[in-house]
Unconditional design. Structure first.
Lengths: 747, 295
């Protein structure tokens, strides 16, 4: 591998982004553009008994007002399915404005289209809707007596109950030390800074182009085509820059299809932008939930049993739970295990992926419980983790594709200064502040798509190359990292390669979700680039006029666009010489990666890490301030150290938000979110960011994908909140078993 | 394009006299200084004034200096300049200014706007109360100076008459030790759960307080002030007796009339005010004992 792979290079799109040259979906100004604004249901449950659009219809600039009475019926009932798999990827099995039933507050009940966005917004306030409201369930507590165990969750892909190992009830009964604790989690919203936006344009040939803010252009294409009853060939999606997603744009919700229907109705391009408040009602969220953990251990803390049960709220039509049990189930060598999901139906949009889905909550529960166990038996929390470390995937007995967790613990403990920690809670004071430290393990599944992942590499006779795949850039640094992968594969200097994504015209790539984007895309890009390189090497070897004629291709290396013999580098020629001599304007290759099967062909595939936190708690005011975070992760190969660092840091700050700030509060009287704005839903700001140290352990992994990339998108959040809560306990002696932790918990 | 009928007029006087004339002629025009409250209200369609009266170009409104022996702070001085230029002369206000919003908000936002909004959570108001500041209101009819303590008459309501503009605030020239503290869920960009300001004036042996976000308007804690006036060991600058600190905290908490809301409960606000008050008096007294350069 050349040094370009992993180098901390500047973002190729950095300048365009900071100067505003980068165009986001909502910034596209098309001639004759009209604007659609949605009207959301004011009640969480019931029927629409009257809808009066007369005033709205005659308001200045209004082109049309659509309701369930006149919106065309969609061609198929959507079916919830995760976008990682490259198929249609609806966020929920429900499409609005097809009948008069209201399932949740904020559900679109009308859509106004006008010539300016202000006029559309104004007219939207004039639509009068009357409801016959029926009793609703919007809190987990209201649905608690009606819970059920779903047969399947996650779009039908996972069982509602994990495979049981051994006899965990006996394991718990016979354990010397037992713990049975319940942790509760507020609902969370993803809150990307760019709201979801779609601009829909129909052309003269009835082809639809959608400029959509999405994590998966193909997912938008296939999902909208299905709802409109069109072949995918008639739907094109453009999505170059996306202003963050965090799961909000991972699946396809109603708005792109509604924008397309509006554009067809008014015969003009239509832009639909969700308002900040609508972002809280329109693209799912992390569901309110509680998790019960049973641990059984011997006196030394070795786990004999782990029982992990989750109860959460889902919609009336989907069995969705974020997969909180998966990472905890394989974290430690517990001899026996049981775990399952229970759901309560409520008046909510189907919950969805949110920043480290599943693992962020599941590992909070497990790692808080492990800290409680460490105190119960009087063992250092890190030592307890090491005693339960497992070199095989305990759910199957298979080896890991790679692990590196021991190294993460060790490096993290060194960087943090963990050793010699005084375990006594509430024993360190610094002025008004009580100071404490805590740690937690992190684990996140390495997911892969199921369909082939493709990229195309084309080199021109001047030795420059363009590599293409249909990904969107939603802030991760993917364009930069993929340029590095391409330059490495082609043997070209970084600045001779351009990576292009952002439309469904390009070779198909699954949505970049579940931290799998860099693995999937880098695999296709690597195969396309090395495929093109091998093709050119093959051509040189076959070319009687090449200095490399008849050389063994295996003995040829390419550096800076020049092919030469590894053992006598003076023998060789450049790509340019080869192409010019043969009058070839360009050459092209397609790279196709058939992903590793979900079971890793007999391997457990997870990314691991270790988190450490120091907090200060104001003894009299209950305020928690995080002073230091240290995170060390083993994400396989790192493609760009700078962007990886940013991803991991962002993840750890999500964890800080999850621990101390983030909660979407439901008002059960209205059935609506009570704090649907960024002034009331607090995320960490710069002034909250502590001293953060991040390091990576680059474990080789030959199983997950060709370059051994396990992903850095979400592992950073996992365990952070537990490390912080454990540090709060160490500081104050108080064990807070719900998130977020508030001042009033600590008084 | 035909302008929609809802188009707003934008009035931009260049002088104070012109501003007052425009204000008198169009009392329905909404004054806008930094716009950090006004633009939020317009964006959320909470307000639809027929016209905006931009004060951004009015000469002299963003100046400060001394007048009649008082520190005169023009209504248009942004928080950023209060932090960098007035930390010595108006320490409590500068401390509060430092906690407001973000760098962008501090670049634009003004004390005049904070008064104009008259929010119980306005962070500039408690230190102005504590300092015993006056608000100068002007109109074509003339100029009046009112104590800041009476300026806010209710949540988002003030004494400002429809033809008046806020010209300046006036503070005592030689501030003694001052403190400001705010409890917020995060470290910046946060509406105060509650806040407290304290001003000690050792020369006159008087004390000022201001409580924010814990009553329908910012309020003083009069009984708490009287306690310190009577019982601080002014003469010998002796150490602060702990029971006095405690009693002071209790009286400050008692002066508030907080409510439960999404940011915090009434009980927490009362408790936190007691804590903030105790800390403020400890710090201010320690500063007085240390130096007293500011006598
Ligand atoms: C992101 C954000 C964070 C914020 N954080 C804080 C915070 O931490 N603490 C805090 O206290 N506030 C905060 N605010 C609110 C706001 O910044 C302050 O209230 C600020 O002082 C308003 O000043 P301005 O000059 O921007 O006022 P404007 O928005 O221009 O005006 C506010 C009101 O005052 C009136 N007005 C302004 N000047 C005059 C005048 N000379 N005469 C008469 N009336 C006048 C206007 O008509 C309007 O009613 C925040 C706002 C935002 C958007």
């Amino acid at each position: 591998m050349s040094p370009v792979l992993g180098a901390a290079l500047d973002r190729v799109d950095g300048r365009a982004k900071v100067t505003g040259a980068a165009r986001y979906s909502g910034e596209l100004n098309l001639p004759n553009l009209a604007h659609a604004v949605l009207v959301g249901a004011r009640v969480p449950s019931g029927r629409i008994i009257g809808i009066d659009c007369r005033q709205a219809s005659v308001a200045d600039g209004v082109l049309t007002v659509l309701t369930h009475l006149d919106l065309p019926r969609v061609a198929a009932r959507p079916k919830l399915f995760p976008s990682l798999f490259g198929l249609t990827a609806h966020g929920q099995s429900f499409f609005p404005m097809q009948d008069d039933v209201v399932h949740y507050a904020g559900q679109p009940v009308a859509m106004v289209v006008a010539d300016t966005v202000e006029r559309a917004e104004h007219a939207a306030t004039l639509v009068q809707v009357n409801y016959a409201e029926t009793p609703s369930v919007t809190l987990l507590d209201q649905g608690r007596d009606q819970t059920y165990e779903p047969a399947k969750i996650f779009g039908g892909l996972l069982p509602g109950r994990n495979p049981t190992r051994g006899d965990p009830e006996a394991g718990l009964r016979d354990a010397a030390v037992r713990l049975d604790v319940t942790y509760r989690f507020a609902a969370n919203h993803q809150n990307p800074i760019e709201p979801s936006t779609t601009t829909a344009v129909w052309d003269d040939l009835d082809r639809l182009t959608l400029h959509d803010a999405t994590q998966g252009p193909t997912a938008t294409q296939l999902s909208v085509a299905e709802l409109l009853g069109l072949p995918p060939t008639m739907v094109r999606v453009v999505s170059h820059y996306v202003g963050g997603s965090f799961g909000a744009k991972a699946l396809i919700w109603a708005h792109p299809t509604l924008a397309a229907l509006a554009a067809r109705r008014v015969g003009r391009p239509v832009r639909l932008v969700l308002s900040r408040e609508q972002m809280f009602h329109s693209c799912g969220h992390r569901e309110e939930q509680e998790q019960r953990i049973g641990l059984g251990a011997d006196r030394d803390g070795r786990l004999g049993a782990l029982r992990h049960d989750k109860t959460s709220l889902t919609s009336h039509y989907d069995d969705w739970a974020e997969t909180s049990l998966e990472a905890p189930a394989v974290m430690y060598a517990a001899a026996t295990y049981a775990g399952g999901y229970r759901l309560a139906r409520g008046n909510t949009i189907t919950p969805t992926f949110t920043r480290g889905p599943g693992a962020a909550t599941g590992m909070f529960a497990l790692e808080s419980a492990m800290d409680e166990l460490a105190y119960e038996i009087g063992v250092d929390p890190l030592e307890l983790r090491l005693r339960n470390h497992t070199d095989v995937d305990p759910s199957t007995g298979n080896p890991w594709s790679s692990k590196g967790l021991r190294e993460c613990y060790q490096r993290g403990a060194e960087l943090f200064g963990w050793s010699g920690r005084d375990p006594r809670p509430g024993a360190r004071r610094d002025g008004d502040w009580l100071v404490g430290t805590g740690m937690a393990s992190a684990a996140y599944p390495v997911a892969a798509p199921m369909n082939p992942q493709r990229a195309r590499a084309r080199m021109y006779a001047d030795g420059s190359a363009v590599v293409e795949a249909g990904i969107s850039e939603f802030g991760t640094g993917a364009l930069t990292a993929m340029t590095q992968v391409a330059a490495d594969g082609l043997g070209l200097p970084f600045d001779r390669v351009r990576f292009v994504g952002g439309t469904t015209d390009l070779p198909n790539i699954a949505a970049a979700v579940g931290s799998a984007g860099s693995g999937a895309t880098s695999s296709a890009v690597h195969l396309a680039s090395t495929g093109l390189r091998d093709q050119l090497v093959g051509q040189a070897v076959a070319d009687a006029r090449s200095p490399l004629h008849n050389a063994d291709p295996a003995g040829i290396v390419v550096r800076d666009g020049r092919m030469c013999l590894r053992d006598s580098p003076q023998t060789g020629e450049t790509y340019v010489e080869l192409l010019r001599r043969n009058h070839m304007p360009d050459v092209e290759a397609l790279g196709v990666w058939q992903p590793t099967p979900p079971d890793g062909g007999g391997h457990g595939m997870f990314t691991f890490g270790a988190q450490f936190a120091e907090v200060a708690v104001d003894a009299d005011l209950g305020l928690v301030r995080v002073r230091r975070l240290v995170g060390v992760f083993a994400p396989g190969r790192v493609l760009n150290r700078r962007t990886a660092h940013s991803q991991l840091m962002g993840g750890m700050l999500w964890g800080l938000g999850q621990a101390l700030l983030e909660a979407t509060r439901m008002d059960p009287h209205t059935g609506r979110w009570a704090n649907a704005s960024l002034a009331d839903y607090l995320v960490p700001v710069n002034a909250d960011v502590p001293d953060i140290t991040i390091d990576t352990i680059e474990v080789p992994d030959s199983v997950v994908n060709p370059l051994g990339v396990k992903g850095v998108g979400e592992i950073g959040i996992v365990g952070t909140s537990a490390a912080i809560a454990n540090a709060v306990h160490h500081a104050t002696g108080r064990r807070i078993r719900h998130l977020p932790i508030t001042v009033e918990d600590l008084l | 394009m035909v302008l929609p009928r809802s188009e707003m007029e934008f009035l931009q006087p260049e002088s104070w006299a012109e501003a007052l004339a425009v204000r008198a002629a169009y009392p329905e025009a909404l004054p806008v200084a930094g716009g950090t409250d006004v633009m939020v209200e317009l964006n959320f369609a909470r307000r639809r004034p027929p016209a905006l009266l931009d004060l951004g170009r009015v000469a002299g409104l963003a100046d400060w200096g001394t007048e009649d022996g008082l520190l005169r702070l023009g209504a248009g001085v942004p928080y950023r300049r209060i932090v960098t230029e007035l930390a010595g002369r108006a320490p409590g206000l500068a401390m509060a200014a430092r906690t407001i919003g973000s760098a962008q908000i501090r670049n634009r936002g003004t004390v005049g706007g904070n008064l104009g909004s008259a929010s119980p959570a306005g962070d500039a108001l408690p230190p102005l109360l504590a300092a015993g500041a006056l608000v100068e209101l002007a109109s074509v009819r003339g100029v009046r100076r009112v104590p800041v303590a009476g300026f806010c008459t209710g949540p988002k309501r003030s004494m400002l008459a429809p033809d008046e503009l806020i010209a300046a605030v006036l503070l005592p020239p030689d501030a003694g030790p001052e403190q400001f503290a705010k409890v917020g869920t995060r470290n910046a960009m946060v509406i105060a759960v509650c806040s407290f300001a304290l001003a000690l004036r050792p020369v006159s042996r008087t004390v000022g307080t201001g409580i924010g976000s814990a009553a329908p308007t910012p309020v003083r804690a009069a009984a708490a002030e009287e306690l310190l006036v009577a019982e601080l060991p002014w003469a010998d600058r002796a150490a602060l007796p702990e029971p006095l600190v405690r009693r002071f905290g209790e009286l400050v908490a008692a002066a508030a009339s907080p409510i439960d809301d999404v940011r915090g409960t009434a009980a927490y606000r009362r408790h936190a005010l007691g804590v903030l008050a105790g800390r403020a008096v400890r710090r201010a007294w320690a500063e007085h004992r240390r130096g007293g350069v500011r006598g």
